[in-house]
Design a protein around this ligand. Structure first.
Ligand code: G3H
Length: 438
């Protein structure tokens, strides 16, 4: 409880004059694990000013050198995967093995970003004027990508390393300076995941370009001809990994009545085998990030109970630890049919046609990802086209990765498209120089 971690700016670790700190509470013990400095407004302003100055020099650093530095950073990240993963276990109760995977994935993301950056930023375009009606061949336009300037990144609590480097890497390779506001557990959960804070920020942003990854209510549509074992395995992995605290978690199952009993049975059998407990033991289900998150999840569960959902397991909670729970026969008048629990609780809505499933998916104000299970690829494509989500997975649970794939949310789920290539492009502007011949 004693040490207060300093903040890093302009090349050094600094102490804040605020005298205030923010407690990082371990979700498992519910005790303060770490303390970080709370900076003053003046300090934050100074950080932004320093970043503006540093950016000019960084943008002049040759691209190959920026790439080389990112490769080095990736190697350091991987080399120190154990202590970094340990922090993830203590700060956000990420299962130990998943925590290591996150750090390694992040190193790979940074390396890939360096490679992709030298390719796409190393190329420009030459346009000639006579392709447009009325022009002679007397204008040559050279266009290339230039940095935006200073990028502010606010990653969420659930991937503090990976969703930080997915902004840091693209920003730096493109010649931007970056200010990172690391996630504090509580500030994220009741803001960003629901989307409201993101929407409020976008209203204030004015002319500042934005890229946002917000909440989701990813639907899993299951048709009669689906491979039911594949469905059950993906529902469990998709909805319950990291205790459902992923924006891309399966958050509602929309399943044809004729196969619902069989799938519910298979999912229940798998849930019974999940290990529930502390992250240090590599449990599958670990405590959710904060007590208020656990209370919110419980609120959704109780609402479903009052309105008559079928509980496939007994509801059980100890502190922030909530046992995996499948709620069957959920109806649209229940909150959990629409709201995002960000916890190990999954509603099942039985449907009688694919159209009913599409309708429920599209009635959500979120539109991150969705998935369809069927052996009929033509049907899958038609349903995918009809689903108003940024990505549709056919015969697999939603997921952001591999990290170079485009990743975007429609409606309240976000702004812009991530994925390594898209993020690099997003963090640049186009600059043209036109040579006019006499
Ligand atoms: O929580 C949001 C993350 O972007 C999800 O990433 O699909 O790799 O778990 P993931």
């Amino acid at each position: 409880d004693g040490e207060v971690y300093r903040y890093y700016a302009d090349g050094e670790w600094r102490s804040s004059a605020s005298g205030k700190s923010v407690a990082i509470v371990n979700p498992t013990t519910r005790q303060t694990q770490y303390r970080v400095q709370a900076c003053t407004q003046e300090e934050v302003n100074k950080v932004m000013e320093a970043a503006k100055v540093a950016q000019k020099a960084w943008a002049r650093t040759p691209l190959w050198k920026r790439a080389e530095l990112l490769h080095k950073a990736a190697a350091i990240l991987k080399e120190h995967k154990a202590p970094i993963a340990e922090c993830l276990v203590k700060e956000i109760a990420k299962p130990a093995k998943d925590a290591v995977t996150e750090v390694v994935r992040s190193g790979d993301l940074v390396s890939y970003t360096a490679e992709e950056g030298v390719r796409i930023l190393g190329e420009g375009k030459l346009l000639v004027s006579d392709s447009f009606p009325g022009n002679e061949r007397n204008k040559y336009c050279l266009s290339s990508k230039i940095p935006l300037g200073v990028v502010l990144a606010i990653p969420p609590f659930n991937y503090p390393v990976n969703l930080a480097v997915s902004k840091i890497g693209p920003a730096l390779i493109a010649g931007n300076a970056l200010v990172l506001k690391p996630p504090t557990q509580v500030s994220l959960l009741h803001s960003f995941t629901g989307g409201d804070t993101g929407i409020a920020i976008s209203k204030k942003a004015g002319m500042v370009p934005l890229q946002m990854e917000l909440g989701g209510k990813d639907a899993c549509i299951v048709l009669e001809d689906a491979d039911l074992d594949l469905v059950a395995a993906n529902i469990v992995k998709g909805a319950f990994s990291y205790s459902g605290q992923r924006c891309t978690a399966v958050k509602v199952v929309l399943i044809m009545e004729s196969v619902a009993d069989a799938v519910v049975q298979k999912v229940n059998a798998k849930l019974a085998k999940l290990k529930v407990g502390p992250p240090e033991d590599n449990s599958d289900i670990t405590p959710v990030v904060t007590e208020s998150s656990a209370n919110f999840i419980e609120g959704l569960v109780m609402d479903a109970k009052e309105k008559g959902a079928t509980f496939c397991q007994e509801y059980r909670r100890e502190g922030n630890l909530i046992w995996p729970l499948l709620l069957d026969h959920v109806r649209p008048d229940m909150r959990i049919a629409w709201e995002e629990p960000f916890g190990p609780v999954l509603p099942v809505i039985r449907i009688n046609s694919a159209e009913e499933g599409i309708h429920h998916c599209n009635a959500s104000n979120f539109g991150l990802q969705g998935c369809i299970f069927t052996r009929d690829i033509n049907k899958a494509i038609l349903i995918s086209d009809a689903m108003e989500t940024g990505t549709v997975q056919i015969n697999s649970a939603p997921a952001r990765g591999p990290d170079h794939f485009p990743f975007q949310g429609l409606k309240d789920s976000g702004i812009g498209s991530q994925g390594i290539t898209n993020s690099i492009n997003m963090m640049t502007k186009v600059k043209s120089t036109v040579i006019n011949l006499p």
